[in-house]
Design a protein around this ligand. Structure first.
Ligand code: ADP
Ligand code: ADP
Length: 227
């Protein structure tokens, strides 16, 4: 069975206790979308701004739950979990990479990478060695004691990838991971993401065709529906 199984998922805002739109209308951000992602597969999610990419990624990551339909990640129906269990499930099974890196500025690169291991209750000495291994895997073994502000955008995104992989998640979700990077840096970051993520299910949202061209297949959204 695929690591991610998304069946007729709809997410509506404004009708179900979720955030309301400014004018009080209901927005169907995602409209009956089905999608499977197997381990070892890199799937791109394409579509113009507002087409539902972030909504889909948030649902796949367990940050949000569908209005209708079902999302199964690693055999667990995420929407059936309590909020607390969903958070624990996400930390264990899903790594996330964001457009603007989201590294904590007060922590060094190594501390940022080790943070998921703190949450996972891994002992300090093991965290340090695991974080160093991960930094080496993304080619930043000499940058461990640097703060994010001392790193280039590409380096920050490599740190973020190392952090996303720290808890050894089966699924990696990346929302516009190359959006803040120049083409060449973005290419290298994406190559790295797909290389080091061997065997995992990877979902990459982007509106950049070049980035999408690096994925195994592309799912296109328009007004929340698959095309
Ligand atoms: P980005 O540019 O990084 O994709 P956005 O500015 O699109 O981010 O959205 C930022 C956050 O606001 C997201 O979490 C998104 O879900 C939320 N959001 C987007 N559109 C709306 C809206 N119409 N009403 C309330 N929240 C929204
Ligand atoms: P994309 O990532 O493709 O830009 P989004 O998933 O952010 O698309 O948004 C899809 C639609 O849902 C847009 O119309 C957006 O304004 C709306 N939306 C997103 N998040 C929220 C929210 N938290 N509350 C209300 N509307 C939202």
């Amino acid at each position: 069975r695929p690591l991610v199984v998304c069946t007729e998922v709809t997410r509506r805002y404004g009708s179900d206790g979720g955030p309301f739109t400014a004018d009080g209308r209901t927005v169907t951000a995602l409209d009956s979308v089905s999608l499977d992602v197997a381990g070892g597969e890199v799937v791109g999610v394409a579509g113009p701004s507002g087409s539902g990419k972030s909504t889909l990624l948030h649902l796949l990551a367990g940050l949000d739950t569908p209005t209708r339909g079902e999302i199964e990640v690693c055999g667990t129906t995420v929407g059936a979990l309590s909020r607390r269990r969903r958070t624990a499930f996400r930390r264990e099974n899903v790594g996330m990479v964001f457009q603007r890196f989201h590294l904590l500025p007060a922590l060094t690169a190594r501390e940022n990478v080790a943070l998921p291991l703190v949450q996972a209750g891994v002992a300090r000495s093991d965290r340090r060695s695991r974080a160093s291994e991960l930094l080496a895997a993304v080619g930043l073994d000499d940058r461990g004691s640097h703060y994010p502000s001392a790193l280039s955008g590409g380096e920050q995104q490599r740190v973020a990838i190392a952090r996303a992989l720290a808890a050894d998640p089966a699924v990696v979700i990346a929302d516009e991971p190359t959006g803040e990077l120049d083409r060449e840096t973005g290419e290298r970051v994406l190559d790295l993401l797909t290389d080091v993520s061997d065997g995992r299910a990877i979902v990459v949202a982007s509106h950049d065709e070049y980035t999408l061209g690096r994925t195994d297949r592309v799912v296109r959204l328009r007004d929340g529906a698959r095309q």
